[in-house]
Design a protein around this ligand. Structure first.
Ligand SMILES: Cc1cc2nc3c(=O)[nH]c(=O)nc-3n(C[C@H](O)[C@H](O)[C@H](O)COP(=O)(O)OP(=O)(O)OC[C@H]3O[C@@H](n4cnc5c(N)ncnc54)[C@H](O)[C@@H]3O)c2cc1C
Length: 241
């Protein structure tokens, strides 16, 4: 098997202070943050960092965010954060953090949800679950663009498509609520017909999104005959698209 990068997973580094160098509005409720790290370590696509916020009274809270960028982007990582209306950490990033701000973070964390160069690869993402899958797509495009990798991506409506300008023929989309006016592709929740559209017989499949989305997608993959050992899942939260 071809190896992507000579990266072995280690215990995550210490907490460090990163500097936000760029903020991109991806969709009305999703922003990407490029963060420069003084103690950057190469990661494998799929890994995540923890971000920690500390209030003036000492109260602390932390959340996990997947790395969206390729490990070829040395010295920095990109995190893509969905703003949850009643959330604690995600609204802080959206409403308070500006370029040149400093944020505390630790990673990359070891995980079984990592892509090491296996192919063909099927990526199945719901909502912000596309983030770690994008790290895989971006990395593959830069180092072995001919490698077979296909993304199946479920979103609510056209305005919710994260990384819209980077999705090409290797992505199959479904719109669960409001498809674009001229849309002739799949609509509604993920089903076997949508997975069949990806027309790939995966050597490995990565599924990421809300609990419900991951359950459904993993069940469909099993029903279609994919070996359970080849399915890797990552769950972001209780609800989803
Ligand atoms: C390994 C890992 C990687 C992750 N990567 C990303 C990422 O790349 N981008 C990203 O946006 N998020 C990601 N998440 C989710 C993230 O860690 C937080 O859970 C999320 O940002 C909510 O935090 P919050 O403080 O804003 O909301 P909280 O204050 O924790 O929760 C507010 C409310 O929203 C509900 N809730 C919590 N999480 C979700 C969710 N994901 N979807 C819907 N409802 C939710 C809670 O039950 C609660 O009712 C990841 C989670 C894990 C475990």
């Amino acid at each position: 098997m071809e190896r992507l990068t000579p990266v072995e997973q280690h215990a995550p580094g210490k907490w460090q202070i990163g500097t936000v160098s760029e903020i991109k509005q991806e969709t009305p409720r999703v922003k990407s943050f490029v963060i420069e790290l003084p103690m950057w370590m190469p990661h494998l696509p799929g890994q995540h960092y923890d971000v920690r916020l500390t209030a003036p009274d000492g109260y602390r809270t932390q959340r996990s965010y997947s790395i969206a960028s390729s490990p070829l982007d040395e010295g920095r990582i990109e995190l893509t954060i969905d703003r949850l209306e009643d959330g604690e950490v995600s609204p802080y990033f959206h409403d308070v953090v500006i370029e040149r701000d400093q944020v505390e973070l630790r990673g990359p964390f070891t995980s079984y949800f990592v892509w090491r160069g296996e192919a063909p690869v099927l990526l199945v993402g719901g909502g912000s679950g596309v983030v770690p899958l994008m790290a895989m797509l971006r990395h593959r495009r830069r180092i072995m663009p001919e490698l077979e990798m296909r993304l199946v991506y479920s979103v609510r409506s056209a305005e919710d498509v994260i990384y819209a300008d980077e999705l090409g023929e290797d992505a199959v989309l479904t719109f669960t609520r409001e498809p674009p006016a001229d849309w002739s592709g799949h609509v509604g929740r993920i089903d076997s017909a949508l997975l069949a559209e990806a027309s790939i017989d995966p050597a490995i499949a990565f599924v990421c999104g809300s609990n419900g989305f991951v359950e459904k997608a993993a069940d469909l993959l099993l029903e279609s005959g994919v070996d359970p050992h080849l399915i890797r899942t990552e769950r972001f939260g209780p609800t989803g698209p």
